[in-house]
Design a protein around this ligand. Sequence first.
Ligand code: FDA
Length: 502
Amino acid sequence: PLSSADSSGEFLQCLAAGVPSQLVVTRGSSSFASVLASSVRNPRFLAPGTVRPLCVVTPTNASHVQAAVLCGRRHGVRLRVRSGGHDYEGLSYRSVRQEVFAVVDLAGLRSVRVNRRAATAWVDSGATVGEMYYAVAKADAGLAFPAGLCPTIGVGGHFSGGGIGMMMRKYGLSVDNVLDAMVVDANGRLLDKKAMGRDYFWALRGGGGESFGIVLSWKVRLVAVPRTVTVFNIQKTLAQGAVDAVTKWQTLAPAALPDELTIRVVVQNKQALFQSLYLGTCDQLLPVMGSRFPELGMTRADCREMSWLQSMVYINGGTSSTPVEVLLNRTTSLSVYTKNKSDYVKQAIPSASWEKIFPWFDGAAGAGLIILEPHGGRVGSIADGNTPYPHRSGVLYNIQYVAFWPTTTATPAVPDWIKNVHAFMEPFVTSNPRDAYVNYRDLDIGENAVAGGVTSYENGRVWGEKYFGAANFRRLALTKGKVDASDYFRNEQSIPPLVSTK
Ligand code: FDA
């Protein structure tokens, strides 16, 4: 029986035998609140009434993680694993339902070991992508890695769900570049790719966090970048032709630009911001922009040439001279509440519809923005079943909806705006299923139901097929059935175990 309050004392006693006491912070401890909040990105899930863990375990080696799993199994206490704490629904450190659980926080396991000659690295899950970028580029400025934009995202959760970034058109998602992994499974065993087998390794590369065990580290293929890259940001108001530029961008950015060039769009305050990374120089970029996308009116004055590492700082709101060491800062701001949702677009939205979409982003209180991330290139050329991430061929771009409102407002309740704009967008995005990206986690699309002690597959299909497509979701569930049939690693959107009857 899981989650009985009586067993929590025994669980803690068991932990004491395998994990040094200073690495286990319980609710009674004076540091509990600060340890729990340490990597939280969305203060909505620190609000009073949130279902919090019994304790936070902060392992410094694999044996501590193994001990936590074995104690959890033995005494019926589930674990939630946290790497960077950026989960949009806070599932790495809070439960939606009442339950007794513990958090394994991997922030103490964050080394990045680069093999320059082989152009590979072993990266621990507790590293942030910023720490990874820094370590890789410092080892060799000609090497880099394709992953997300916000430097404080944790490698553990990010790689578990895919990894969209500014180099995916050239090099694919983060998971397309994962070569090996070390995972602690539901039996407390530490397994590498060879020991875990093909389906298990497949599932870890994008099947969503938590479901298959605790991934401690990842071996990745590093990618080549030139010594000089170019970035630019160009903003267009409605009067300056924002609607026409976005309309054209939809088919241009994923298909008719070189893979070395990624232009993403942020629509906010009735304006479109075109944010770009080009793996080359301004001299090389200017003729491409002039001939393919003259509507942006880009000139040499828009170019910022810098190292790839500096570009990761710049794209996240820094400047050409911000020290790259900001990428090592793990402190997150807790000043805004957020709510996120996602969509995919396969057919370009007509300009007349964009005319109606822009007014949703008027900067009013409670309203937010959308980010459009172009696919195509390498990310679009990999087969749908190659990894659990199915949004490949035919996808023009991903839409991320972001609502944010200040924590100075009285309530963390989500403003209606985001549900309303998401409903409005329905005719323009994929349907049956209406696809979504698991790393932009959204519990509105469905939550697990438990039947007979395990999560129901049928019920999980409601949200799971949106994230993974029907075939990948089924393969994930069958894999879960093989590696964790009793459904120990469970949260509100974990993969349900499906035991094959064939
Ligand atoms: P967190 O620790 O909260 O974990 C997320 C999920 O994975 C949880 O279910 C957790 O239990 C599980 N998990 C964590 N570590 C695990 C491990 N070691 N083994 C198994 N399961 C584990 N995405 C993107 O693709 N591109 C982007 O550019 C961005 N940008 C971005 C900006 C900001 C500000 C935020 C808040 C988020 C993003 N994201 C993103 C989304 C991000 O990729 C997603 O939230 C990741 O899951 C975050 O990983 P963390 O380790 O930080 O989260």
